[in-house]
Design a binder for this molecule. Structure first.
Ligand code: NAD
Ligand code: UFG
Length: 339
């Protein structure tokens, strides 16, 4: 195996942290990203952290002709496919764009992998494939039916496409990583999550309230059947999540077909618990207002982390406090965004 790895979506939030961990582990990541939801300056930041500048191609993965050039120019055995659109609400309004971009990218990628005999793929899937789980923690063998939105549906569809592809081409290997909710940032404060406009997700909303960009947090419902009535999720530090990809890559040395792993902590945290943890970690008050439930939200979702520990020898090590401190550090260091 050579140490080059193709990383689609590598300038994005999870991708950039993973590129750093790949470099730290001795890999040579080659990034393909169309920059539709990330900035070119992320490359400078990665270089500052690691001392190495990854090779970068500004290419849309749905553009087969352009994407093929990367397969011609570079030699690699494995691909980590992060590229995709990820805003749940937007996917309900623009379903075709989501299917076209997410499913379209995966199809082009697999076709090129087959043509150039690139055998290993890790795919960024999501806890969202489990829908509203019957019980928690959720195990990988839970039944997967329908997602509650087009974004989630693209994840289910791509998982099935990869499974079918590997079945039809037995020398290929697939790892489907189902992520819990990533928060936090690299401890340097140089890379992190940079949502465009008003954030949809909880942690970036909290940090923008903390810095005064937003007035207060809206807590979407306190009448769920949970510890304090607010929604419970499995929040994982993005650096732990990134390291999970390095562990998954090693699995390709084994004789596997297509396998799914949860990357989570096995622990649930409520909205108010996260707010209070943030307040305590950073000594900042977060004003909040309880509002009605957000359409499409579920009460509880957290993931069993047992299979990844057993088979990938990976587990999340950082705490909710680490997440809160590092998210805030990134916000403070990048008041006007990554420049
Ligand atoms: P992100 O938006 O920060 O990163 C995705 C990157 O992909 C961006 O840099 C974007 O420019 C790029 N991209 C999108 N479409 C592309 C295309 N057609 N061609 C080339 N580049 C393209 O998102 P993220 O949070 O880093 O998520 C990475 C992956 O993990 C996504 O597939 C997402 O669905 C999945 N995921 C994210 C979460 C989460 O909460 N952040 C949870 C579960 C799964
Ligand atoms: N929440 C609020 N106020 C906000 C934002 C969120 O109370 O302003 C609450 C939500 O109701 C929920 C919790 O905070 O209970 C987490 O919400 P997020 O939007 O941060 O995360 P979700 O669990 O809804 O979804 C995220 C990603 C999906 C991904 C899923 C599982 O947005 O793409 O995690 O990985 F699929």
């Amino acid at each position: 195996m050579n140490n080059k790895v193709l990383v689609t979506g590598g300038t994005g939030y999870i991708g950039s942290h993973s590129v750093v961990e790949l470099i730290n582990a001795g890999y040579e990541p080659i990034i393909v990203d169309n920059l539709c939801n990330s900035k070119i300056q992320v490359l400078d930041r990665i270089e500052k952290i690691t001392g190495k500048r990854p090779t970068f191609y500004k290419i849309d993965c749905t553009n087969e002709e352009e994407f093929e050039k990367v397969f011609v120019n570079e030699k690699f055995d494995s691909v980590i496919h992060f590229a995709g659109l990820k805003a749940v609400g937007e996917s309900v309004i623009k379903p075709l764009e989501y299917y076209q971009n997410n499913v379209g990218s995966a199809l082009v990628l697999l076709k090129l992998m087959k043509k150039y005999n690139v055998k290993n793929i890790i795919f960024s899937s999501s806890a969202t494939v489990y829908g509203d789980p019957i019980s928690v923690p959720v195990y990988e063998n839970a039944e997967i039916k329908h997602a509650t939105n087009p974004y989630g549906e693209t994840k289910i569809i791509i998982e099935r496409i990869i499974e079918d592809f590997v079945k039809a081409n037995p020398s290929f290997k697939g790892i489907l990583l189902r992520y819990a909710n990533p928060i936090g940032a690299h401890k340097s404060g140089l890379i992190g999550e940079e949502p465009i406009g008003i954030p949809n997700n909880l942690m970036p909303y909290i940090t923008q309230v903390a810095i005064g960009k937003l007035d207060h947090l809206n807590v979407f419902g306190n009448d769920y059947n949970t510890i304090d009535g607010t929604g419970v999720r499995d929040y994982i530090h993005v650096v732990d999540l990134a390291k999970g990809h390095v562990s998954a890559l090693k699995k390709f040395k084994e004789d596997i077909t297509c396998v799914a792993y949860n990357l989570g902590t096995g622990r649930g945290t409520s909205v108010l618990e996260l707010v209070h943890a943030f307040e305590k970690a950073n000594n900042i008050k977060i004003p909040y207002v309880i509002t009605k439930r957000r359409f499409g939200d579920i009460a509880i979702n957290y993931l069993s982390a047992e299979k990844a520990l057993k088979e990938l020898n990976w587990k999340a090590n950082l705490t909710i406090e680490d997440c809160c401190r590092d998210s805030w550090n990134f916000q403070v260091n990048n008041k006007d965004g990554i420049k």
